[in-house]
Design a protein around this ligand. Structure first.
Ligand code: HEM
Length: 78
């Protein structure tokens, strides 16, 4: 089954929504889809740009980052 925003991605982002509202709504499908490349680039290159979410939060796991990348590859399914 394809990765789904509502089932798979949104639950990962939900707890960080408030802290990123200045830029986009991480729980809003259209916002995340429109910024998917920017978000993926940031998540995939934490060593260069710094982890997101930043300390003291635990960074996303490699599996969660991979899931987001797969969601893009599969065409950003709702
Ligand atoms: C999984 C959760 C998160 C994702 C996917 C995310 C994503 C991003 C992205 C893509 C940017 C760059 C935006 C741009 O270049 O226009 C960014 C910047 C930023 N985020 Fe987040 N964010 C998350 C959680 C958080 C949390 C919890 C905080 C709380 C402090 C936070 C604070 C910031 C700040 C201060 C910036 C601007 C400075 C910088 O780029 O380091 N983010 N975030």
């Amino acid at each position: 089954m394809a990765v789904s925003f509502n089932n798979d991605i949104m639950p990962i982002f939900n707890q960080f929504r408030g802290q990123m509202m200045w830029r986009f709504d991480l729980t809003n499908y259209e916002h995340v889809k429109a910024n998917a490349r920017i978000i993926n680039n940031r998540l995939a290159n934490a060593a260069i740009f710094g982890p997101m979410p930043p300390p003291p939060f635990d960074p996303l796991t490699p599996e969660q980052i991979q899931l987001f990348s797969q969601w893009i590859d599969e065409g950003c399914q709702p």
